[in-house]
Design a protein around this ligand. Structure first.
Ligand SMILES: *Cc1c(COP(=O)(O)O)cnc(C)c1O
Length: 386
């Protein structure tokens, strides 16, 4: 492993494979691996390749550019892109055989225009809004499916999928989930009654995959759980309770280690002060790298098997931790923020009791683990364990 990087996200592809296999085995359904946002910060191409090797048969992304990057890497599996503003270059989607989510008549019309120009037959997934009021057609649904069916009869498109998205799947048993599923089933039935016969009907994200087998339909869309993180630690438990292995370990070098006396103010604003004589570690990673500026002393790093809390404000490129007076840490040592490979490079087992986790970072920063991993910046080198 390189010793030249100041900061690394070490991604264990074996963990991603194990997580996908577990979730597919439990649901018994084919899986679409969600690799948007650079595979939740884990690296688009290596994760997509490994997800397919693990048995996922579909890939899902938000952006068309993400889908095209996958094609350019040589991936042939079906790819669905679901956040394509009508100003996108749909010709490139058609050339690359990207499936496009259609949430409105406007999207359908723009895509059909591009298809006519390029003499292609687009593959679409009709998206229905079942209660989240974000993506998908709501009042337009009936008109949308009529128009789609007419175009399909003319041979101008193929309806590959019908799908929607849950707002509260991380609250197992909440009646809103049942309402969404029933609305979804009615929307699918309306489409079928017109003669639309999709290959795949899909609704479940990670949380619904784990909590609600009635919502699996033909395909599960696996996001956060395939990366080994829990969709919601409060309602569903953490990685360990779910049998998942966090795939990403985040670490940075100690730039400095130094003794300071009691009463030393630390960082911008002098917001923290050492209570006793102690040793501080300056960690070479900051908010420009995705370490939230509002992180508190509830979290920190593991150095030499010792949990060392943050002291003072996180800066752009660095933050300070309290190593304790007796610490043997030296400048250049790794400081581990979170992950399964903490403490060594070989993959010792994950114990959340004696180290910080993406979940404890999220809690300390008032956010969710999704944001902790996706915001790791481009200056942090991605390293792969294969
Ligand atoms: C991000 C996303 C997912 C995955 O969600 P997780 O909660 O990470 O499993 C699934 N479907 C759609 C449409 C998404 O945008």
């Amino acid at each position: 492993m390189s010793t030249q990087n100041r900061a690394e996200a070490v991604i264990d592809l074996n963990a991603i494979e194990a997580n996908i296999k577990l979730l597919m085995a439990k649901s018994g359904k084919p899986a679409l691996a969600v690799v948007k946002a650079d595979a939740y910060g884990h690296g688009l191409i290596p994760v997509a390749q490994r997800a397919l090797k693990a048995g996922a048969t579909w890939l899902g992304v938000a952006l068309l550019d993400e889908a095209i990057a996958l094609r350019e890497s040589g991936i042939n599996a079906p790819i669905l892109a679901w956040l394509t503003p009508i100003t996108d270059d749909f010709s490139s989607a058609l050339e690359n055989e990207i499936d496009i989510a259609i949430p409105s008549i406007a999207h359908l019309e723009v895509l059909l225009e591009a298809a006519e120009k390029n003499k292609k037959v687009p593959r679409i997934h009709l998206e229905v809004d079942t209660g989240m009021s974000r993506g998908g057609a709501l009042l337009e649904w009936d008109e949308l499916i009529h128009k789609a069916r007419t175009a399909e009869k003319n041979g101008s498109l193929k309806v590959i999928g019908i799908w929607s998205h849950f707002a509260r799947a991380d609250e197992p048993g909440h009646e809103f989930n049942l309402q969404q599923r029933e609305t979804f089933e009615r929307a699918v039935a309306s489409a079928r009654s017109l003669g639309i016969n999709p290959e795949v009907v899909h609704l479940s994200n990670s949380a619904a995959t784990i909590n609600d087998s009635d919502s699996h339909f033909d395909l599960i869309r696996l996001g956060i759980a395939m990366y080994g993180l829990s969709p919601d630690i409060k309602t569903m438990g953490g990685s360990r309770e779910l049998g998942l292995i966090p795939a990403l370990t985040l670490r940075a070098r100690l730039h400095l280690v130094k003794d300071v006396p009691a009463g030393s103010k630390v960082g911008y604003g002098g917001t923290a002060e050492t209570k006793v004589d102690t040793k501080l570690g300056i960690v070479a990673m900051g908010y420009a790298d995705g370490v939230p500026r509002n992180a508190t002393s509830e979290v920190g790093v593991l150095v030499g098997n010792k949990m060392s809390p943050i002291i003072g404000r996180v800066s752009m490129d660095q933050f300070v931790v309290d190593l304790g007076k007796e610490s043997q840490a030296r400048a250049g040592d790794w400081a581990f923020l979170f992950g399964s490979l903490i403490g060594n490079d070989k993959g010792d087992s994950y114990t959340s009791d004696n180290c910080y986790t993406a979940d404890s970072w999220a809690t300390a920063c008032g956010t969710i683990n999704y944001e902790i991993v996706t915001r790791i910046g481009p200056r942090v080198k991605r390293i792969y364990i294969d």
